[in-house]
Write a protein that binds this ligand. Structure first.
Ligand code: REL
Length: 853
């Protein structure tokens, strides 16, 4: 008996540790807990649906989220469960509740069916488990229990997500994954505490895109709109928001805003430079009521204190994380008091006074209201110079607006009690150039900087400037996932994260390819932002520009190929988060490449400049079409205006006010056009010259040197035409510069595989600077007698190569002219490569070397 007891105890201990291990594994990226047929039936195979219930005294935010679960089960399975504010008589029940509020959950803790340690006194933790019903052993309950209201809500949304409702269902129109039955696998699933306490976003730089979208869809950036945003935050296990503030006042524009935020359970703040829960715009709105003074603590202290007190008083009953301190009006530095010390002493005083207001309004010590002080821009200097911050206040460190953290706590210094936060950007309206159009951030960089951030003890607040939110869905998702559990991400599992993100949106089949496309476009975009790029960004001459443009076009092809075969249901979502960003940016690369080609060819007075001018114009027009397609066609126009951001033609940090500016291109008239004049330079031991890029040529009496565009493996061919006329007196030459003065040089000539249609074949005379003249037969041996060894191979290669070594004249300072005289008509020259030691066998016969004209 005794032994049995010990065994039982050991077994319970084992279960406990198994559960703990699971808890650790499941924090961050969670395991699958849903099955089609095993465990607790949310909807059974027979079509029976479990009831949902919560305690009548449960927090309104939990009740609201429980209603979402009710709807989500319906959306997924087609069965609408009952939702009761009391225990039901149903056979299977889903019991939703918060420790300390729900009597049922508290009982389960007392009866040790839920481990108290997993929930009590914890921040935003949840447990999902199945237990037997207390009233009848044949009845089962699925428990979603939270340590606090958000813990319970996160548990609810975890179940929703696992059932098949993506957190992004509204914002990315992700289709619900339908199933006829859904069971929760038996087990004890605990989320673990989030490693960062406040995790949130800042809607910023929201005009014209986000703002116009919201006004068109909801009438304003109002509580109807925010409901969707709050829900998204909760579904992504975030808890904190800095609302849009460009000429906007969250608490006044729609007085329901803060109330609704609270009904969702969101902690509200204001941006880094808007203290005491008041938007900067409110100062503009109410200045007169406060005596019409300045935004200056020196000259207008009493009015400002009153202004702040009124604002704080208005919001006192909600869950706030209060921005403290003060900057100049409109996110400017405060006026300089002459010395750094005087500046920060004033700031210290301002914060003390603000804290007095908090104490007066809340009737509690200031430390009981969460506060932050943001070290944005010049404010970091005050901190570095030793400004004193109250112990309980969180110091919000910042990045440089581009995703590089500016300052971290010193590892060996005494830890500031209020802890540290990080304000991070994936969007900027600022210097050196705004980036606001598409996502320009790559996850590996974000991870690298954020793991650094976390490892230096920054874990109280992580807040991300997401701009308009919409084109930044992916980095936002990553940021919030990482904020929940930074250490669950390593350099080796970042790719898995993207696959999971893709899977959540599009299902398993397409996920890997989508993840690769997303990662590649982020990588390409993080090289240079759309707004920063122009026709000079990449090196045209070296082939770099062609390479990056072609890579982007190849990526677009991959995205389009996938789009075409994708299930219809996913097409809108795919357009939002894959196809639009890829094709719009590929088009920009294509456009700037065309502009670069146009400028170069126009400079050379090459008529082909006109082709590239038209090409660039078409790309510009296509950009507008893509924008329109996104705005008007995705999900029936649901996202109208979300792509309104200007992104072409920036001349300073700020966007051109007249909208996208078409890049300047030049057109050449036939009268202006000039050919020849190319002088090549050696690069990597070779001088490779396309045949049409000659220095000089001379026609024979009745022929003309004629370029046959696109003939051959690379650029074109050049020949004396017509072929029926004699070639006497004609020549073409190539000028080049070698880095040294070799005594002899090898030259590779590449011709079209013309057969010896006239007896004796086709021949050229060739020499360098009138020295060492050679006569080369191009095709004499391409005869039937050699059909398998020479004729067919040349025909299949569509190329004839001849190699000749020339003695070089001395005293040339490296400058040479290679001349070719065709001795017969019908010879097409493709390319000439001078080998000064660097020739390599490549199929396209070496990239063209740099030249001047
Ligand atoms: O990106 C930032 O953090 C700031 O430039 C903005 O917060 C800024 O305050 C601006 O939107 C308006 O003032």
């Amino acid at each position: 008996m005794k032994n049995r007891q010990i065994n039982n105890q050991l077994f319970i201990l084992f279960l406990f540790f198994a559960a703990r291990t699971f808890a650790q594994q499941t924090s961050g990226i969670t395991e699958n807990i849903i099955s089609d047929d095993k465990g607790f039936p949310i909807v059974s195979k027979e079509g029976k649906v479990a009831d949902l219930f919560y305690d009548p005294s449960e927090n309104v935010a939990v009740i609201r989220a429980a209603k979402d679960l009710q709807n989500d089960i319906h959306k997924v399975t087609g069965k609408l469960p009952n939702l009761f504010a009391t225990e039901t008589s149903g056979e299977f029940e889903i019991n939703i509740g918060t420790v300390g509020t729900s009597k049922q959950i508290d009982k389960l803790i007392s009866s040790k069916k839920i481990n108290a340690k997993d929930l009590k006194g914890k921040w935003e933790i949840f447990v999902i488990t199945t237990v037997e019903n207390s009233k009848s052993k044949s009845k089962k309950q699925l428990i979603i229990a939270g340590s606090d209201r958000r813990g319970t809500i996160y548990g609810i949304y975890e179940l929703s997500k696992q059932l098949g409702v993506s957190p992004w269902y509204y914002w990315n129109d992700v289709p619900v994954k339908k199933r006829s039955s859904a069971y929760v696998i038996p087990g004890y699933f605990a989320s673990g505490e989030p490693k960062v306490k406040y995790r949130g976003i800042f809607i910023n730089d929201e005009e014209p895109a986000f703002g116009t979208w919201a006004r068109t869809k909801f009438g304003d950036i109002n509580s109807k709109m925010y409901e969707n945003m709050f829900e998204l935050l909760l579904r992504l296990r975030a808890n904190y928001l800095w609302p849009a503030m460009w000429g906007k006042a969250f608490n006044e524009d729609d007085p329901l805003n803060p109330k609704v935020a609270d009904e969702y359970g969101i902690v509200m703040g204001t941006s880094h430079h808007e203290p005491m829960m008041r938007a900067q715009k409110e100062w503009g709105n109410h200045r007169k009521e406060y005596g019409n003074g300045e935004w200056n603590y020196h000259t207008n202290k009493d009015a400002l204190l009153k202004f702040w007190e009124d604002g704080f008083n208005r919001n006192k009953n909600y869950d706030n994380l209060v921005t403290m301190g003060m900057r100049g009006d409109g996110d400017e530095p405060m006026s300089d008091l002459g010395s750094a010390e005087a500046n920060f002493k004033l700031l210290e005083k301002i914060m003390q006074d603000q804290r007095k207001i908090i104490e007066k309004v809340t009737q509690k010590p200031a430390k009981e209201t969460p506060q932050l002080w943001a070290l944005y821009s010049e404010v970091l200097d005050y901190y570095d110079q030793g400004m004193k911050v109250p112990d309980d206040m969180t110091i919000l460190l910042c990045d440089d607006n581009w995703g590089n953290v500016r300052r971290l706590p010193y590892l060996d210094a005494k830890k500031h009690l209020g802890g540290y936060g990080m304000y991070y950007h994936v969007d900027l309206h600022g210097a050196p150039r705004a980036y606001q159009w598409l996502n320009m951030t790559q996850i590996p960089h974000m991870w690298e900087q954020l793991q650094l951030t976390y490892n230096y003890g920054v874990d109280k607040i992580w807040i991300l400037n997401v701009g308009d939110l919409k084109p930044n869905e992916y980095p936002k998702d990553f940021f919030l996932n990482m904020a929940w559990n930074p250490t669950s991400f390593t350099q080796d599992n970042l790719e898995n994260y993207t696959v999971k993100f893709a899977e959540e949106h599009f299902g398993k089949t397409n996920a890997k390819e989508i993840a690769e496309i997303i990662n590649l476009y982020c990588k390409y975009n993080s090289r240079v932002s759309a707004e920063m790029m122009n026709h000079k960004t990449y090196n045209l001459q070296s082939g770099e520009f062609l390479q990056v443009r072609d890579s982007y076009l190849a990526l677009e092809t991959r995205a389009l190929r996938q789009f075409l075969t994708l299930d219809e249901a996913y097409k809108d979502t795919y357009k939002h988060i894959v196809l639009h960003p890829v094709r719009a940016m590929a088009n920009l690369y294509d456009m700037y490449y065309a502009v670069a080609m146009n400028h170069k060819l126009a400079d050379e007075k090459n008529l082909k400049a006109n082709y590239w001018a038209d090409y660039a114009d078409e790309c510009f027009a296509r950009d507008a079409e893509y924008t329109e397609d996104y705005n008007l066609n995705i999900s029936g126009g649901k996202w109208n205006h979300m792509m309104d951001q200007t992104h072409i033609g920036y001349k300073s940090w700020d966007e051109p006010k007249e909208g996208n500016i078409k890049p300047t291109v030049y057109r050449i008239t036939p009268e202006e056009a000039k050919t020849g004049g190319y002088i090549f330079e050696e690069k990597n031991g070779v001088v490779a010259m396309e045949a049409e890029h000659f220095f000089e040529n001379k026609n024979s009496k009745d022929t003309k040197w004629t370029v046959i565009p696109d003939l051959g493996r690379t650029l074109s061919g050049i020949a004396l035409m017509p072929y029926t006329q004699k070639t006497e007196g004609a020549f073409i030459n190539y000028q080049f510069k070698l880095k040294n003065n070799p005594t002899s040089i090898k030259v590779h000539f590449f011709f079209d595989s013309t057969l010896p249609f006239k007896k004796g074949g086709h021949n050229i005379k060739t020499y360098i600077d009138k020295n060492d003249s050679k006569t080369i037969g191009i095709n004499r041996d391409l005869t039937w007698a050699n059909n398998y060894t020479k004729m067919y191979p040349a025909a299949a290669a569509r190329l004839v190569e001849k190699v000749e070594t020339f003695k070089l004249p001395t005293n040339q300072n490296g400058n040479y002219t290679l001349t070719i005289e065709p001795l017969d008509p019908g010879i097409v020259l493709y390319k000439v490569v001078v080998d000064n030691g660097g020739y390599e066998e490549t199929y396209l016969k070496m990239d063209e070397s740099p030249y001047k004209k």
